[in-house]
Design a binder for this molecule. Structure first.
Ligand code: MG
Ligand code: MG
Length: 251
C-alpha cells in the first residue's frame, strides 16, 4: 500500500531530513585517509543523538548493527562500519544514513572521495549525482514511477555507466521501506502514478563497469561482481503540488 503523507508529516520528515543532510555534510568535511569506517559511524551516531528525539534508522533495521552503511570502492551498498576498514587516499566511500524523528524516517546517501581521486572516478560521482537530479525532476504529480527510473537510466547509461537492477529506491514514512519500489531504470508512463503526498527515496546506484552484483559472506555488503567502482547518491523527496521537494537537505 502506498501511503500519502499530510503536510504536517512532510514537515516532520523534513526535520528528520535536515539532520540526515547535516550528518552527510559533516562526514564530507571529516573524511580523510587513515580513518576507519567505524570512526565515521561514531561521528554520525553522536551527531544524530545530539538532536532531541532523533535516532539512527538503520540501527536494528532487519538486524543491521550500525548507524551508517559505509561502502568502499566496488562495494555498492550495505557495507558495515568496522575498525578494520581504513579509508585510503584515492578511494571512494558511499555513506548512507537514515534518521527517525517523531515517528517518521528520512533517508539519504552520498559518495565521498578520499583525498585526490582520479578524473574517471570524479566523472562517476558527477554522473551519479546528475542522474539523481534528473530522477528528482521527474518526481511530479501525474508522472509515473517509470518516469523517474527512465530519467536516471538515461543519464547514467548515456554516460557509459551501469545501472544496478537488484537494488531500488522506495517509499518511506512511518516505515523505512514502504511501497512503491522506485527502480533506477524504467519506461515512461509505466508503474504507479505519482500522487501528491507521496514520499519516496530516489537512490541511483551506478557502476563504472557491469552493474551485476553479488553479496559478500557477511550477508550484507553488496559489491559489483566485476569489481568495478560504484557510486550511490540518494535523497528523500516529497511529491507536492509545487513539484518535487527534497526533504534531506541540511538547513
Ligand atoms: Mg539510504
Ligand atoms: Mg533508501
Amino acid at each position: 500500500m502506498i501511503t500519502l503523507k499530510s503536510q504536517r508529516e512532510i514537515e516532520t520528515m523534513a526535520q528528520a531530513g535536515a539532520i540526515v543532510g547535516s550528518v552527510l555534510d559533516l562526514l564530507r568535511r571529516e573524511v580523510k585517509a587513515g580513518m576507519s569506517t567505524e570512526d565515521l559511524d561514531r561521528i554520525a551516531e553522536a551527531f544524530i543523538r545530539s538532536h532531541e528525539g532523533a535516532t539512527p534508522s538503520f540501527k536494528g533495521l532487519y538486524g543491521f548493527p550500525k548507524t551508517l552503511c559505509t561502502s568502499i570502492n566496488q562495494e555498492i551498498v550495505h557495507g558495515i562500519p568496522s575498525k578494520k576498514r581504513v579509508l585510503r587516499e584515492g578511494s571512494i566511500v558511499s555513506v548512507d544514513v537514515g534518521v527517525h524523528l517523531d515517528g517518521l524516517h528520512a533517508d539519504s546517501a552520498t559518495t565521498i572521495g578520499v583525498g585526490e581521486i582520479s578524473p574517471e572516478t570524479e566523472r562517476l560521482l558527477a554522473v551519479t549525482q546528475e542522474s539523481l537530479v534528473a530522477g528528482i525532476a521527474a518526481a511530479r504529480i501525474g508522472n509515473h514511477v517509470g518516469d523517474i527510473g527512465h530519467a536516471v537510466q538515461t543519464v547514467a547509461e548515456g554516460a557509459g555507466f551501469g545501472v544496478v537492477r537488484e537494488l531500488v529506491g522506495h517509499g518511506i514514512g512511518a516505515r523505512f521501506h514502504e511501497e512503491p519500489q522506485v527502480p533506477n531504470y524504467g519506461t515512461p508512463k509505466r508503474g504507479p502514478r505519482l500522487l501528491e503526498g507521496m514520499t519516496i527515496a530516489i537512490e541511483p546506484m551506478i557502476t563504472m563497469g557491469n552493474p551485476a552484483t553479488k553479496t559478500l559472506a557477511d550477508k550484507w555488503t553488496v559489491v559489483t561482481a566485476d569489481g568495478s567502482l560504484s557510486a550511490h547518491f540518494e535523497h528523500t523527496v516529497a511529491i507536492t503540488a509545487d513539484g518535487p521537494r527534497i526533504l534531506t537537505k541540511a538547513h
